[in-house]
Design a protein around this ligand. Sequence first.
Ligand code: MG
Length: 170
Amino acid sequence: MDSQNTVVPIRIGSGHDRHRLVPGRPLILGGVTIPYEQGLDGHSDADVLLHAITDALLGALALGDIGEWFPNTDPQWAQAASDQFVLAAAKAVRERGWSIGNLDCTVHAERPKLSSFKAEIAARIAALLQIPRDQVSVKAKTGERVGPIGRGEAIDADVVVLLYREPSPT
Ligand code: MG
C-alpha cells in the first residue's frame, strides 16, 4: 500500500547541510549573493541553505537525498546554481500530488551578520518555490564563537518543511 495516499494528508521533512568558508568564492545563501570576504566551498555554488531545502523536500516524501539526485562527482553539477536542485525537488513533490505548506529555515553563521539579508532570502525562496512569502521563515544564529561555526570555518543550514494534500474523497 502506498502510504502517501492514505492516513493524514501531511508530511514533514528536515534538511541539514554544512559547507566550509574559504577565500576566493562568492557567498550565496538562499540564492542571494551576500557581500563577504569568503564564500562557501563545494562542487556546485555551495548554497548551503538551498541544499538543506532540497533535502527537506525530498525527505518529506522519502525520495532520498540531494547526493543521490545530484552526485557531486557528476561534472554537470560543477559550479551549478543550486536553484535547479530546489526546483527539481519541488517538481517531484508536486508531481506526486503534494503542495508545499511552509518552511522554517535556520542559517548558522558567525560572520557575516545576516540580519539585514533575512527578508530578501525568504522572498527569494518563496519566489523559487512559488509560495506566498509568509510561508517561508528564515532565521539566523551565530555559533557563539565556539565550534566550526563559531570560529567562522563553516556555515550550516537547517530546514523543516511541511507538505500537504487535499484528502482523497472517500
Ligand atoms: Mg551541500
